[in-house]
Design a protein around this ligand. Structure first.
Ligand code: NAG
Ligand code: NAG
Length: 156
């Protein structure tokens, strides 16, 4: 039995190093990969990269100011969250918006549908239902049904 340890320990160190390299995302947000970002984007606006703001929802992920605040007020590196339109400028940029989504899902991401794994479907539910009560079936509303439909399209 003891002879196993020299093998087990390096594997542990290796995983720790991999987690360290991939940053906080790798630790807290499993399954939030590029394909999932693309899908969350598709579900929101069909990933319309030119989407500006409509009714207070901005960018390809259709992010609201409230969502942005809950996500931790992510803005461009040199920008100031207190600046009036800083949140919109970030939300309208695909990569900056991804950081907003990440912040929100670090805070609220969980197994919303209770199937035992936390994956992109759950993140879609978090965004669709809001982080404070993500468990409701999305098919209860027209908006939610549209999201479910689009989700099946982007997860082919
Ligand atoms: C953004 O979200 C709002 C609120 O759910 C919705 O009314 C609007 O249609 C969405 N915008 C786009 C471009 O999908
Ligand atoms: C929503 O889905 C659940 C389970 O998948 C089903 O039992 C329910 O009837 C559906 N509700 C609507 C409004 O489609």
């Amino acid at each position: 039995m003891l002879s196993k340890w020299p093998l087990v320990l390096p594997v542990c160190y290796l995983s720790a190093i991999i987690l360290w390299i991939t940053g906080s995302t790798g630790i807290y947000i499993t399954n939030l990969n590029e394909a999932c970002y693309n899908c969350l984007c598709y579900v929101s606006t069909k990933c319309d990269l030119s989407h500006d703001c409509t009714g207070g929802y901005c960018g390809p992920f259709n992010i609201s100011r409230v969502y942005w605040v809950d996500a931790g007020m992510v803005v461009f590196p040199a920008d100031d969250p207190e600046r009036n339109h800083a949140w919109k400028d970030c939300a309208r940029d695909y990569n900056c918006a991804k950081s907003i989504i990440e912040g929100y899902l670090i805070k609220f991401g969980r197994d919303c549908n209770g199937d035992g794994i936390t994956n992109c479907f759950d993140y879609m539910m978090v965004n669709g239902n809001g982080g404070y009560g993500c468990t409701g079936n999305l098919n209860r509303s027209a908006n939610g049904r549209r999201w479910l439909q689009r989700y099946t399209e982007c997860r082919l």
